[in-house]
Design a protein around this ligand. Structure first.
Ligand SMILES: Nc1nc2c(ncn2[C@@H]2O[C@H](COP(=O)(O)OP(=O)(O)OP(=O)(O)O)[C@@H](O)[C@H]2O)c(=O)[nH]1
Length: 323
């Protein structure tokens, strides 16, 4: 195994970027729900682009974050978790995941340091083993949650898993995205696995996800906070309109955002709206702040809760909701 080399971003000679060929390509993080994929994407990119939550399976859209370096451009594709499909939506999500895996230049397999490797991890690892050509980096996440002994054991367990399933890890890297530990090193190790080539996106781009989709994701994230476990899959958010308010002075702009929160059944309405509308108000306040931070402008957010009956099972509804 080749974990934890002592290379660090600061130890790289400045001149290397001039002599080494420029590399550019795509990487995606896979792993079971809650493995820390979105948080890691954000830490690498340095700004909030993917949606994190302490609830599983919140990442719906393929959100790309882009790491710009003098020597490379690393485009991160954040996929939903692969899981046992129970609905049409579940099947579509799994298709999205597999298609993404086959297209990227390198896959980062995220395994949390604080949890034993379980059936969920093995399920994904077996799928990875079938993808012979794509280099795979095992990323042991959340290292801040364990001591060094437990971390060492986890690194060995990951090594064993690879050997057992015939996966040759290009690297095994422990990171903590929240503490910012080894995040730069991970980028250093991913870059050499990318093909040589010019940059794929202009400098400064952080994501090519349309703003409306990111705004919808932020609202969805806020709407999922603190609700019952079964509700997450029943919520979809569509931003209907985002327009600058007319007649505002140039130094005090306001962006009007109109969004619909779709649920599957009328009985779920109460959960989302809360007593006297209190919950929805909270969701609005929380997501508005995030949207303002994302877009850098004050926002007026208008949220409506609507019932789209059994939207997860209806192909027509799925298309309308952006799946
Ligand atoms: N302590 C600690 N917590 C972390 C770290 N990375 C992620 N988390 C937490 O783990 C939870 C899940 O993180 P996410 O990044 O949303 O996980 P994910 O793999 O993208 O999850 P899905 O979207 O459900 O597939 C969140 O509560 C994060 O705050 C880390 O490095 N340290």
């Amino acid at each position: 195994m080749a974990p934890m080399s002592d290379r660090s971003p600061s130890s790289r000679p400045e001149t290397q970027s001039e002599s080494a060929p420029h590399r550019a390509g795509f990487a995606c993080f896979v792993g079971r729900p809650n493995a820390g994929k979105s948080t890691l994407t954000n830490a690498l990119v340095g700004t909030k682009v993917a949606i994190t939550s302490n609830r599983p399976q919140t990442t719906r859209h393929t959100v790309r974050g882009i790491v710009h370096r003098p020597d490379a451009q690393l485009v991160l594709v954040d996929t939903p978790g692969l899981h046992k499909p129970r609905t049409l939506l579940g099947e579509r999500l799994n298709d999205v995941v597999r298609t993404t895996w086959a297209e990227v230049d390198v896959i980062g397999f995220c395994l949390p340091a604080d949890q034993k490797i379980g059936p969920g991890d093995r399920f994904i690892a077996k799928e990875l083993a079938d993808l012979k050509r794509t280099p795979k980096v095992a990323v042991v996440t959340k290292t801040d949650l364990v001591d060094s002994k437990a971390l060492a054991e986890q690194l060995l367990a990951v090594d064993r898993l690879g050997r057992e399933l015939g996966i040759e890890w290009a690297e095994i890297v422990p990171v903590s995205a929240t503490a910012g530990e080894q995040v730069g090193l991970l980028a250093d190790l991913l870059v050499p696995l990318l093909p040589e080539g010019p940059r794929l996106y202009p400098d400064g781009d952080l994501t090519d996800e349309p703003e409306q989709v990111m705004v919808a994701e932020l609202i969805r994230e806020a709407a999922l906070e603190g609700v019952r476990d079964e509700l997450p899959h029943s919520i979809a958010v569509v931003v209907e309109e985002m327009t600058p308010r007319e007649g505002r002075p140039a130094d005090r702009p306001l962006l009007d955002v109109h969004a619909n929160v779709f649920i599957e059944r009328p009985s779920q309405k109460g959960i989302v709206i809360g007593p006297g509308g209190s919950r929805l108000k909270e969701v609005g306040t929380r997501s508005r702040k995030q949207i303002e931070a994302l877009l850098g402008t004050p926002v007026y957010l208008d949220l409506h809760v609507k019932v789209a009956k059994d939207w997860q099972r209806d192909p027509r509804q799925l298309r309308r909701l952006g799946f």
